[in-house]
Design a binder for this molecule. Structure first.
Ligand SMILES: [Zn+2]
Length: 376
């Protein structure tokens, strides 16, 4: 196993790329989907089950963990990997996005962000330096720069000012991160949906130098067309030999479109969150298991899926446990959804290696256009 963090690009097909990130905690096959383990757990899943779906890496949320149980406590207990029983790579976000979306009484200054906890109202301040310290205490393998992300739509002047602040914070993050062999720091490109600002942000980040680069500030309400519009050019501003991470994306069709445009890593709460609300994602689109049409249906959610929910249970059973608010309903649908997402990633990795990504994409859209199987 590598003792260093590195990225090998294996194949490209158009702008789509497949490769491997090597870390001391194991490899991450790209394009990669990272399930979200917000509070040191992927909700409704045991870590070994998350691994069984094919996940190589998890995402942990700095904001949640710093408030409860605190980064210091996790560090004293041996770090996040040991604490949550996940020995493979973990990426942590910087806390910035969730401070801005969840905390109250926020005050943004050049120094950082002061805020009150959404849990108990306690006062905190996160700066680039504090974010680096928290992520180091957690033991994160891939650390994200502390940044600020304006809600879209916003005017160019607002987006530019915010992006330039994030670039100053990126430099402070790099300096505070220090020299930590085996661990990586990723810079985050900002600039909204404005090409010149995206390019300016990419240049500023490359000048600082990072082990990987995220495309930030998307999936914040701009819509898929605007997001793909940015992804048509933004990955091209980033170094070819470093991983590119699209934060907070997304639905299966967002993911396929992002990989097509040169993205290597993604994360989203969608497969786990929708698993807890009775929604299953399949090759045919999304299926609402609450719907009465499933109550007498002995067929699996997806007969082509190898997950436990599809191998061992009927749609009728899933419908019953979802409608009865039984915990196993969340467990089975989360497992299925994460399995489906990882199958999708494997399908794309294979297609890129074989030089048939365009065919893969056409089949993906054709299956979804068919819709769910007809009721019995
Ligand atoms: Zn399944």
């Amino acid at each position: 196993m590598s003792q260093r963090f590195s990225f090998e690009l294996h194949s490209t097909d158009g702008a789509a790329r497949s490769g491997v990130i090597q870390t001391p905690r194991g490899e991450v096959r790209t394009p990669a989907f990272m399930p979200v383990g917000t509070a040191a757990t992927v909700k409704a899943m045991m870590p070994e089950s998350v691994r069984a779906t094919g996940a190589d890496i998890l995402l942990g949320n700095t904001y949640h963990l710093m408030l409860r149980p605190t980064a210091e406590r996790i560090h004293d207990l041996g770090g996040l990997h040991k604490f949550m029983n996940w020995e493979r790579p973990i990426l942590t976000d910087s806390g910035g996005f969730q401070v801005m979306s969840l905390a109250s009484l926020r005050k943004l200054t050049e120094e950082g962000v002061k805020f009150s906890s959404h849990i108990d109202g306690s006062k905190h301040m996160v700066t680039p330096e504090r974010s680096m310290e928290i992520q180091r205490l957690l033991g994160s393998d891939i650390v994200m720069c502390f940044d600020e992300c304006p809600a879209l739509p916003a005017d160019d002047a607002t987006v530019a000012k915010s992006m330039q602040l994030s670039m100053r914070w990126a430099r402070r993050s790099r300096e505070a991160f220090g020299d930590r062999p085996g661990h990586a720091l990723f810079g985050i490109m900002q600039g909204g949906v404005t090409r010149d600002l995206r390019e300016e942000s990419a240049k500023a980040l490359i000048d600082i130098g990072f082990e990987g680069y995220a495309v930030g500030g998307l999936a914040v309400g701009e819509g898929q067309e605007a997001m793909f519009g940015v992804l048509d050019y933004a990955p091209g501003f980033l170094p070819e030999d470093k991983p590119r991470y699209l934060m907070g994306v997304g639905k299966p069709d967002d993911i396929v479109g992002a990989v097509k445009r040169g993205i290597d890593m993604m994360d989203c709460v969608l497969p786990s969150r929708s698993g807890r609300t009775g929604q299953g994602w399949t090759r045919h689109g999304s299926v609402n298991l609450r719907n009465a049409r499933h109550k007498d249906d002995p067929r699996p959610l997806d007969e082509a899926c190898g997950c436990p929910a599809c191998r061992n249970y009927s749609r009728a059973y899933l419908h019953h446990v979802v409608r009865s608010d039984e915990i196993i309903g969340s467990m089975l649908l989360t497992w299925h959804n994460l399995h489906y997402y990882q199958d999708l990633m494997q399908g794309m990795r294979d297609a890129i290696s074989a030089g048939r990504f365009a065919e893969f994409e056409a089949e993906f859209h054709a299956k979804r256009a068919e819709g769910d199987i007809a009721p019995l």
